[in-house]
Each structure stands twice: as structure tokens, then as C-alpha cells.
Design a protein around this ligand. Structure first.
Ligand code: G3P
Ligand code: CA
Length: 576
């Protein structure tokens, strides 16, 4: 039984576990993540007996390791493991330089360890079938290979904001290089690369033309531009078409001059497709018991060492070209910080304690809060249309009178009991902070689910009565409501709330709003300036009492996409 460790606990590692459990002779014994909490959670969710935070501790606990960490960490981890005699299956791209790839294979050889690059397509039966068809001569001599892989990513993903190693080519390029190196070889000439840069400097889309003596290859990769994910291998007698998604090969077509003559083939593809590479990995490790390293590695189905080295060289050349692009400068001091529902990680959201804690923070721009209406038409500060999630009560806000709703309790910090405040109470609390420190209040009208009639006028009246009109700004997911606020009070400052910044722009234009309030997940990755305040929210930060990992200051980086202010559950973190 081979003891298998996993380093990294992201998307791919999650898919890997059930696939590995379909293979004989291995057992997952340990999972590692420097974020020990993540390792713990992963071990529990996936029924793995041990979790560790320090990779050094994997030595002695695993005979083989699957590396599924961010790309730029692969080389160092693989080197450490191989040097300690541990077999390595490394996610693609294995390294970003030819020298590093060569070095890893050299260590693997010296230590008699298996080192394999985990490009899952390479080991799948369907891909083997493509290669057999291509090499059988039925489409004649091959002169052109075109491979495309695109997948649209959200603006808050590492693939987009990691300015050094993110981008479409580093993410998907290895897949597309695979059929090219298999069919046209490694003797390519200098190619032509065209990329569309994201505002972060990484490529949203890349078209790469690779020249050979008597052939050409085209790669298309995109995470901000979508195209057809197909593979076409063109020969002198016909062509092979592998329809999208070609990298999960299930169908293969062979076409000829006569368009009526098309051969269709189905390929076996089980589960998520990772089981094939894991199967080969195990087979190779066991093979070392009866054969030497050269024999085992030279009979590789999938990616050979020299192919991995060639692909690393292509990555290296690409990154060298990309560093010429101008990296935007982040002026973090200019970011304005808002307390989302107050300091809602440290205190229950939308309570007086949460607002006081936020207002007391030195340098805070203001607080954000949500309002709903009670049965008797009072404006209360609560996020949901129902009281169930945040209080000890049940039912809809609209079914409670103010008197009834204020009797409900909220479990606060250190056993303190809180309650749902009225908008008046919050404005009263905030008044000295507004007048003396210039802090602002963002009132979000929660009227897109329940369309509370007359809510806009009520809120405006309460603000007017408080004398804080100059310190308030309004926002809503219901854009027409912001139009109405402007009609009722032309001096009112409004912001359009939507998930995507494109929807914010549309709403702002239609209702003459003063600001955009988009989610950090749907910013425009190609644009970095808007000339109006862009207050972004949605950083997946924990709320009070929630068991969610706080990713350190992960919202500041969206400044490159034109975000000027952030609405966060943890303003204390950003203002520190
Ligand atoms: O105003 C930004 C943000 O609060 C919008 O989403 O659901 O937290 O109110 P939500
Ligand atoms: Ca809100």
C-alpha cells in the first residue's frame, strides 16, 4: 500500500480525493496546507486521518505526494519532496522555467523517484485514441494543430489578481501545449504571441502561434474571452476534430474531403478523469520494484520528462514576454474603508455595538446598514426580510410592529444582549461621529424583495429630521428606488448596487446615480477607472460567530479594477 499525501486543499484537491479512492494500492494518509485550519477542514470533509501545516512534517508520513498548491510553489515543494525520496505527482504547470524542470527530473532520477506532471488529459484513454488516430496515417501528414481552452473567471480569483503568475496562458496553456508537443515535437522555432491584458497585467486572452519546419500550431487560452474549446489536427488527407471540451476527451470525429464521410468515435472517460493519471502514477511507483528508473520513465504513457521540460520552457518564454507589460500601481492609502453592517465580524451585524465599534475606528469613511419596514411602517435596521437568522424570533419583519420586533433579542459579544435598532437610533448614535469626524452613513434600502411602499420618503424624512442629510448616501439593488430618491431629494447622494459592475453602470446611467456599488466577484477585469466612487463589497469575510476563514485583506487588491472604496465586515483590519 502506497501512503499518499496531498499538499493544497483547493478546488482540484477536492476533486482528486474521490478519484484517488478508485485506484488500488494507495491510501490517502495525510493532507497539508500551511493554513492549518484549511488542512483541518479538508481532512474532516474528506475523511483523511491526519492533517499538517508544515510540509516538512509530511516526510515519513507519505511515500508519494500530490502537489495541488498555487503554481509558483510547485518547484520548491517538488524539490523538497524528491530530495527526501518521495514520489511526486505535480499539478500543471509543474514549473515556470526549463532549468527548474530539468533539475527536478535530475533529482528524481538520482533518488529513483517518480515525478509526473498532472495534466490529466494526457493519461485519459480518449487522448491516447486521438494520438493513435493522428499517427495512424488516416489523415495523412500532419501540418497544423489548433487547441483552445477558455473558461471565464470571476474578478476575485487568484488567476486574475496574481500579477506575476496568473493569467490564461499559465492557467490553461499546458493543456493546449500537450497535443502540440505530442504531434509536432519539440523542435519549434520562435513563435508569435498576442495577448489581451487584464488591468492587472496578466493575460485575459492569448493567441500563440508556434512555428515548425513544416507545420504550425495555434493555441488559444482565455479567462476573460470565451471561444470554442476544440482541438483540430489537420493533415493532408483529412482532419481530426475533438469537440469542446476536448481536454475531457469523450468524442472524436475524423473528417475528410467528402463532407458526407465523417467517422465518429466515443471514448471512455470515467469520473472527473483524474483517476487515469493517478493510476499511471501508482503503476510507475510499483514498476520501480522490478525495473530501473530509466526503463520506467521511458515507457511513460502521458507526459514524458522531456515533454514537461519543453512545456516549462514555453511558460518561461511567455512570462519573459509578459513582464514587459506595465504593472499598475496600488495606492492603498487612498482606499476608503466602510464598516459593512458595522464591525460585523467582531459584533452582531446591524446592531448599535457593531456601529459604535466601526464609528470609533480612526480613519473610517463610514458605516453601511440595511433598512426594512415594520407592520406599523417604522424603519428598522436589519439585513434580511425575516428575523430568523439574526434574532431569537421567527417570521417576516413586515409582520411585526416596532414594539414587537424590538422585544426580539440578538446574542451579542461576551454574552451581551442586543436588539434590532431603528434607523433613528443609529443616526443618533452616529451624529457626533458625522459632525466631528466627517463620517458617513450608507443606508441600503432593502426593497428589492419586499417592495415597501413609501419607504424612500420615510427614510428621507428620518434623515432630514436628524440633520445628517449631508452625511448620508443611499443605495439599493432596486435601481428605480434610487431614481425615486433623486426625484424626492435631488441633493441626495445615491449608489447603484448590483453584483456586476456592468449592471451598476447601466443603473447609474438610467437613474443618474453618483456611485457604483458592485461585488468584487464581478468587476471588469479589463478596466481600471470609472471617474465616480466605486464601493465594492462581497469579500467572503466572516460575520460574527461564523466559522469562515478570514483571508487577509483580500479586498484591497481590487483597486486595480477601479475600486476606490471597500465595504468590509472587518474595517479594523484594513485601518490597522
Ligand atoms: O451594500 C453592500 C452590501 O451590503 C450589499 O449586500 O447582502 O450585504 O446587503 P448585502
Ligand atoms: Ca447591505
Amino acid at each position: 500500500m502506497i501512503r499518499l499525501g496531498i499538499i493544497g486543499t483547493g478546488r482540484i484537491a477536492k476533486r482528486f480525493v474521490p478519484e484517488a479512492r478508485t485506484i488500488d494500492n494507495i491510501e490517502i494518509t495525510v493532507v497539508c496546507n500551511p493554513h492549518i485550519e484549511s488542512a483541518h477542514r479538508f481532512a474532516e470533509e474528506n475523511n483523511i486521518s491526519e492533517y499538517i501545516g508544515d510540509i516538512q512534517n509530511i516526510i515519513g508520513k507519505a511515500d508519494a505526494v500530490y502537489i495541488a498548491t498555487p503554481h509558483e510553489t510547485h518547484y520548491a515543494y517538488a524539490k523538497l519532496l524528491l530530495s527526501n525520496g518521495i514520489h511526486v505527482l505535480c499539478e500543471k504547470p509543474m514549473t515556470f522555467s526549463e532549468r527548474e524542470a530539468r533539475e527536478l527530473f535530475q533529482i528524481a532520477k538520482e533518488k529513483e523517484c517518480i515525478l509526473m506532471e498532472g495534466i490529466k488529459t494526457a493519461y485519459c484513454p480518449g487522448f491516447q485514441q486521438i494520438l493513435e488516430f493522428a499517427k495512424s496515417g488516416r489523415i495523412g501528414e500532419i501540418h497544423d494543430v489548433e487547441a483552445c481552452f477558455t473558461r471565464l473567471y470571476s474578478s476575485n480569483t487568484r488567476e486574475i489578481w496574481n500579477q506575476r503568475y496568473g493569467g490564461s496562458f499559465t492557467e490553461f496553456g499546458t493543456y493546449t501545449l500537450l497535443p502540440i508537443v505530442k504531434l509536432l515535437g519539440k523542435n519549434n522555432r520562435q513563435g508569435f504571441v498576442w495577448s489581451l491584458p487584464c488591468i492587472t497585467g496578466v493575460d485575459a486572452y492569448t493567441k500563440n502561434i508556434i512555428e515548425y519546419e513544416d507545420a504550425v500550431a495555434t493555441i488559444k487560452t482565455g479567462l476573460g474571452v470565451k471561444s470554442e474549446g476544440q482541438l483540430i489536427i489537420a493533415g493532408t488527407k483529412g482532419y481530426i476534430l475533438v469537440p469542446s471540451p476536448w481536454w475531457l476527451t469523450r468524442k472524436i470525429e475524423i473528417h475528410y474531403e467528402d463532407s458526407n464521410n465523417v467517422e465518429y468515435y466515443d471514448a471512455v472517460f470515467e469520473g472527473q478523469g483524474l483517476r487515469y493519471e493517478i493510476g499511471v502514477f501508482v503503476e510507475k511507483i510499483l514498476g520501480l520494484r522490478i525495473m530501473n528508473w530509466n526503463e520506467v520513465m521511458n515507457q511513460m504513457i502521458g507526459v514524458t520528462p522531456s515533454e514537461s521540460i519543453w512545456m516549462a520552457k514555453q511558460m518561461e518564454d511567455f512570462l519573459a514576454h509578459r513582464t514587459e507589460w506595465k504593472q499598475p500601481y496600488l495606492d492603498k492609502k487612498k482606499m476608503k474603508i466602510w464598516g459593512h453592517r458595522g464591525c460585523s465580524m467582531g459584533y452582531p451585524e446591524n446592531t448599535l455595538s457593531a456601529f459604535r465599534a466601526a464609528a470609533e475606528l480612526e480613519g473610517i469613511a463610514g458605516i453601511e446598514l440595511d433598512v426594512q419596514l415594520t407592520k406599523d411602517g417604522e424603519v428598522v435596521v436589519i439585513h434580511d426580510e425575516r428575523v430568523d437568522r439574526t434574532t431569537n424570533g421567527t417570521g417576516a419583519v413586515i409582520d411585526y410592529t416596532l414594539n414587537e420586533i424590538q422585544k426580539l433579542t440578538i446574542q451579542g459579544k461576551d454574552g451581551q444582549i442586543e436588539y434590532i435598532p431603528t434607523l433613528r437610533e443609529v443616526l443618533e448614535l452616529m451624529k457626533p461621529f458625522c459632525l466631528e469626524r466627517g463620517e458617513k452613513i450608507n443606508i441600503e434600502l432593502k426593497n428589492s424583495v419586499v417592495r415597501y411602499e413609501g419607504m424612500e420618503q420615510k427614510v428621507l424624512d428620518i434623515v432630514d429630521e436628524s440633520g445628517l442629510g449631508d452625511y448620508v448616501l443611499y443605495s439599493s439593488f432596486l435601481h428605480e428606488s434610487m431614481g425615486l430618491i433623486k426625484e424626492l431629494c435631488p441633493a441626495a447622494q445615491t449608489g447603484i448596487l448590483a453584483v456586476s459592475i456592468h449592471d451598476c453602470l447601466k443603473g447609474a446611467e438610467k437613474y443618474h446615480a453618483d456611485a457604483l456599488h458592485p461585488c468584487v466577484k464581478a468587476l471588469d477585469i479589463l478596466k481600471g477607472e470609472y471617474h465616480v466612487p466605486v464601493r465594492a463589497w462581497g469579500g467572503d469575510e466572516p460575520l460574527f460567530g461564523q466559522n469562515v476563514e478570514l483571508k487577509e485583506k483580500n479586498m484591497e487588491r481590487y483597486q486595480v479594477f477601479g475600486v476606490t472604496e471597500i465595504i468590509t465586515n472587518v474595517p479594523e483590519l484594513y485601518l490597522n
